[in-house]
Ligand binder design. Structure first.
Ligand SMILES: Cc1ncc(COP(=O)(O)O)c(C=O)c1O
Length: 377
């Protein structure tokens, strides 16, 4: 019998999603008013352990809004990892500021904290920590650097729902954090995002700018003092989100179990490198990334991906570095320099199916397909 097609990531809607969405529809509150918006914001703020949460339309806009609230703009520079998803960089460009890239660290694949200081200039205003594939960045060191140089620290927490660093949830470890709730994220609203902060003033600014700069006191005289954005999340999306947050620990458990099983089945194979969970951090393994060492494994990453596709198993290659993005070169970013680890990751990394809905049998089946491909080569 042909194996069922296994996608790289499917959403799992295992709680009260349908009930809440139907309730939102029946209530008639289908735009950005309605009880599910504050309910979702409050539930997620409590879950992450921060004071304020502001729901928005997606993770990219969440990062942009956070940067706007921080006052980042033209002439400023923001340190970001070279190995990240393009949205981290684009959000900086939306403000008119310039993203400055720092190579990845070879074990965690997150920003290499040893290489940040050499990239700081008088224009640097902030550091963006992006927790790659569900693994926490070295937040202690990042906080030290930010303090030393009086920079703002922001977390791009798009991939990290539920992960911990030194016993605290990621998303609560910086001045302001931005989450994504895209369909492949550990908690999803289909499309959606949220900005989290403990800072009252930043939260107010996020609420103001996300709603076209309508006055926060509710007065609607249609006089706008600043240029704002429509980043409002709908009540229907928030209904989905509330149901997802209620089950978030369950989804995190599934993601961690997936990783444990992959490690159990594959770690003795030569030429497969896993992302490391650094001491003091609890990763959520949003994606199970592996790097294929061609010499030891016997084939290149691309060939393995093709053979897995033939076996009806979906995978994705890793992000490309920011320094090779034509869009960012055209924008005027400095793309020269050494990005050895990012290049190694982009050329050799892939992620395996990682959704919360995978069963132990699925992981076993994917792993034995990899072992078979390796053996027959
Ligand atoms: C690291 C990172 N930042 C930002 C985003 C953007 O989120 P969204 O797709 O919700 O705009 C993503 C999305 O996958 C991401 O992985």
């Amino acid at each position: 019998m042909e194996r069922r097609y296994i996608p790289v990531c499917e959403p799992l809607l295992a709680g009260r999603e349908k009930e809440y969405v139907m309730e939102a529809l029946e209530s008639g509150w289908i735009s950005s008013s309605g009880k599910y918006i504050p309910a979702f914001e409050n539930a997620f703020a409590v879950y992450i352990g921060v004071k304020h949460a502001v729901a928005v339309t997606n993770g990219t806009n969440a990062i942009h809004l956070a940067l706007v609230a921080l006052g980042i703009g033209k002439e400023d520079e923001v340190i970001i990892p070279d190995f990240t998803m393009i949205a981290s960089a684009f959000a900086v460009c939306y403000t008119g500021a310039t993203p400055v890239f720092v190579d990845a660290e070879p074990r965690s694949w997150n920003i290499d904290t040893k290489k940040i200081e050499e990239k700081l200039t008088a224009r640097t205003k902030a550091i963006m920590a992006v927790h790659i594939y569900g693994h926490p960045c070295e937040m202690k060191r990042l906080t030290e650097i930010a303090k030393k140089y009086e920079l703002t620290l922001i977390e791009d927490a798009a991939e990290i729902h539920g992960a911990e660093y030194d016993g605290q949830k990621c998303g609560s470890l910086s001045d302001i954090a931005a989450f994504s709730f895209f369909a492949n994220k550990i908690a999803t609203t289909g499309e959606g995002g949220m900005v989290l902060t403990n800072n009252d003033e930043l939260a107010q600014k996020c609420r103001y700018y996300k709603n076209l700069c309508f006055p926060l006191d509710g007065e609607r005289n249609f006089l706008h003092n600043d240029i704002g954005f429509n980043y409002r999340m709908s009540n229907i999306h928030a209904a989905l989100g509330l149901a997802q947050v209620e089950k978030l620990d369950y989804y995190v458990e599934k993601r961690r179990r997936n990783n444990k099983l992959y490690a159990q089945y594959l770690s003795d194979l030569p030429g497969i490198i896993f992302q490391e969970e650094l001491p003091g951090s609890k990763s959520v393994y949003w994606m199970n990334g592996i790097v294929i060492e061609e010499e030891k494994f016997g084939m290149h990453r691309d060939e393995l991906m093709k053979k897995l596709k033939d076996a009806r198993i979906d995978t994705r290659c890793f992000f490309k570095g920011m320094h090779v993005q034509h869009s960012l070169i055209k924008y005027g970013c400095n793309c020269s320099g050494d990005y050895e680890t990012t290049e190694w990751l982009s050329e050799n990394g892939l992620y395996l199916p990682s959704g919360s809905n995978l069963t132990p049998d699925d992981i076993e089946s994917i792993s034995s397909a990899i072992r078979k491909i390796h053996k027959n080569h």
